[in-house]
Every structure is written in C-alpha cells, then in structure tokens.
Design a protein. Structure first.
Length: 425
C-alpha cells in the first residue's frame, strides 16, 4: 500500500504505519484506490474480448483514480494502448509508460504537431480540416508516428461523417497513409436491446472494411459485453475498469476499486423536534445522536444525496452499520444519524465509509442523480490518497502482438517527404 508522496512526512517517525497514520490525520477523508482490482477488471475485459486487444481509457485522471498510477499498473499487467482526452493528459501518462501507445481523443489542432511528436503519441482525428492540418505537419516534419480516424456512426458528437470517410478511402488504399486505427463510439451500448447498437454495428462494419489493413475499434466498456461482432481488433474500456457496472441490466461483473472514508469531527446529541443543517429541512423525531464528518460537496460528495423530512438520502457506514444522512450536505460537513448504534460505537476521530463496504459507485450515483462516471471524476483533491496493490505485476504471456500494436517510432529529423494523396475538396 502506498500513499501520495505529498501526504507522507519523510523523517522522525518510528515506522511506516505510524508515518502514514500521522500523514492521514491531516485530512478529513481518505480515498483508497485498489490497483489490483483495476488490473483484475482489465484482465476480465481482456478475456471477454479475446482475440481483440484490450486497451484502457484513462482520461480525466483515470476517472479520478490517478492516470499515472493506473497506467503504470496496467502496463505491468500487459496493457499496451491507452486513450486520454487531451495532450496535457498524454504528457503525464507518457512519463509513466514510456513504451506504450497513447491516443488523444480530443483531436488535432493546428500547430500542435510538434507536441504530439515530442511525446510520441497519436491524435484521434475526426474532421477533414484536422486531417489536412495533420498532413501538413507530417509532410513538413517527416513525422510518421501515426493517427487514428474517428467516424461518426450515430453519436453526432465527434467524427467524420460517412460521406467524408468514404471520400478518404482512396487515400487509405494508396498506402503509406499513416492511419493506425479507425474507430467509432457506441451511443447506447449499456442497453442490450437498443436498436442503435445493431444500426451502428452495421454502419461501422461497412465503412471500416474499406480501410484496408487498418485495425478497427468500436466497443467501449458496455460494448464489450454486446458480443464478439462488436469487438473488432481493439476494445476501449473505461468506466468498467474502475468498478462502474457496464451491464446495468444485470449484476456488475467488475470488482469495486475505490473506497472513500471520512473522519468524525464531532459527536452531538439533539432533542426531538430540533432541526439539522441548512434550511432546517430535517427534523429529529426522537432524541438523536449525530456524527459530524469532515466531507461535503466541495469534496465531490453531491448535495443531491441530502435528506429531508420526507425523503431519505444516502447511507454512510458507521461502525459496520448503515446510518442515514441527516439534513443537507454542506460544503465541508455532513451530519449522520447514529442513534441506533451501540453506545461508544462511534467516537470523534473514527473513520466512516461513504463508498465501499457494500456501498457501490452505482448506488452513490443513484443518490446523486447521475452516473458512476461523474461520481468518480468528481471526487475532490482534499482527500489523502492511498494506493494499494499494483506494485509487482506479472504480465500475461502472449505469443505475438495483436494487429496494430506496434509502437510509434521516434521523431525523425525534419525533411520534406512526398505529399500523401490529396484530401477531397
């Protein structure tokens, strides 16, 4: 188990345990990320998608779990390809996994080519203007590091239109095109019976087949569980790696990854009829004991999980028992009704569990009125962060790299190679 170095004093304490305890005492909450669980989730997804390569989406700081720590652990486990959202995210991940392939989902902007080349990563291009600008950079610099092409098959967000994709087929078939992946994104893969799934699959299969020799990718986390036809050459799981249920119509096949605990800062007793919190929306119906914990919506624990006299909010586990939130969640504090616990079961300084021990990311998302993705990416930076596992990982044996797993080359010297076939007007 390892903590964020910023939380660990470097001298004067008698043991690693005491060192860590002293460091954590300065924080109201502790966020623990189980890297072994992330590895186990990745391996389950990889096995489900065989023979497709299983990459990892680690954008938004690996969904709040720490992109550098997660990418390093997954790389040791055998993951060779990572997806991020921005160049800045790619820089951090490149430092952690110097030999891996990294794609940047946010696309290519003019005058950013040198940044891609410097850190040896690949843009995901979703527009003819982007492709033209990418070509100009490659032609002028001699860079041959590769790029992905994103084709829109129904999301209507990013990606080339089908007409634009068809228009660049001659360029692909001319060879030496520098395209290392063709991809699209499913709209409603978590809904097994959505007609959009079959429609997008047929559309993508048709267009991807014309990109001769270029690996194809369609499936996100939920898409992997739609079956082999959706898996193509590479799959791109994201939220499932971090414990979010990719099959919400069935039991969650993934292991929980994140545990969140908060410190009790005060125990107090109130009389029947007294209210708790801003607005006085929760009223004690009996003499009540409260535990006040040092986490609030500034820490990513949404105000929507509050309770009032007519609605029960989220639960918190105190001394092994579920206890309800009392009143509104404030910026830094939450009140918990612990009246039903045995005397002295909870004391000032004890830790309670807000996420973990049976409280799942998806349950918390329900109380927050959102999805597990937003829960994970909203967890704040005021917690002490602890990582466990992932230190010694034996990579899976492979007889050969899957198609498209080649590593991008180092930047070549500036030269003037022949121009690729022109883009359609």
């Amino acid at each position: 188990m390892a903590s964020d170095p910023k939380t660990i004093p470097q001298s004067g304490l008698p043991s690693a345990e005491a060192n860590q305890a002293a460091a954590l005492a300065a924080y109201g909450g502790v966020l623990t990320v189980d890297l072994d669980a992330i590895i186990a989730n990745w391996r389950k997804l990889e096995k489900t998608a065989v023979p497709a390569e299983c990459s990892a989406v680690i954008k938004a700081d690996a969904y709040g779990c720490g992109a550098e720590q997660v990418s390093r652990a997954l790389s040791k486990a055998g993951c060779r390809t990572f997806f991020v959202a921005t160049l800045e995210e790619a820089r951090k991940v490149r430092a952690a996994v110097p030999e891996s392939t990294i794609y940047v989902l946010g696309g290519y902007f003019q005058n950013t080519g040198e940044h891609y080349a410097k850190i040896n990563c690949r843009p995901v291009i979703g527009d003819l203007n982007e492709l033209a600008e990418w070509d100009v950079f490659c032609r002028r610099s001699g860079w041959t590091g590769g790029a992905a092409v994103h084709i829109d098959t129904g999301m209507n967000r990013l990606g080339l239109t089908l007409a634009d994709a068809q228009a660049i087929i001659p360029r692909i078939n001319a060879g030496d095109h520098g395209i290392t992946l063709v991809m699209s994104h499913l709209v409603s893969a978590e809904q097994l019976n959505s007609p959009m799934n079959a429609k997008q699959l047929a559309t993508f299969r048709s267009i991807a087949s014309e990109f001769t020799g270029v690996p194809a990718a369609l499936a996100n986390s939920s898409g992997i569980f739609l079956g082999a036809p959706f898996q193509f050459d590479l799959v791109r799981p994201g939220a499932a790696l971090y414990g979010v249920n990719p099959t919400p119509e069935a039991d969650n096949p993934m292991q929980p990854v994140v545990e969140l605990k908060a410190r009790i800062v005060q125990i107090r007793n109130i009389e029947r009829g007294e209210s708790v919190g801003y607005g006085g929306t929760w009223t004690a119906r009996r003499p009540t004991k409260l535990a006040i914990i040092a986490v609030g919506y500034a820490d990513g624990y949404f105000r929507a999980a509050s309770s009032n006299d007519g609605t029960r909010g989220a639960d918190v586990i105190v001394a092994g028992k579920r206890c309800p939130i009392a009143g509104r969640i404030s910026m830094d504090l939450i009140a918990i009704d612990i009246t039903d616990l045995p005397p002295n079961a909870a004391r000032r300084g004890h830790m309670v569990t807000l996420l973990g021990d049976g409280i799942t990311v998806d349950e918390l998302a329900h109380h927050f009125g959102t999805i597990g993705y937003e829960v994970l990416t909203s967890l704040g930076h005021r917690y002490a962060r602890v990582y466990k596992g992932g230190d010694v990982v034996e990579p899976l044996e492979r007889s050969a790299l899957p198609t498209g797993a080649e590593q991008p080359p180092s930047p070549p010297p500036i030269e003037q190679p022949a121009a690729p076939p022109p883009l359609p007007s």
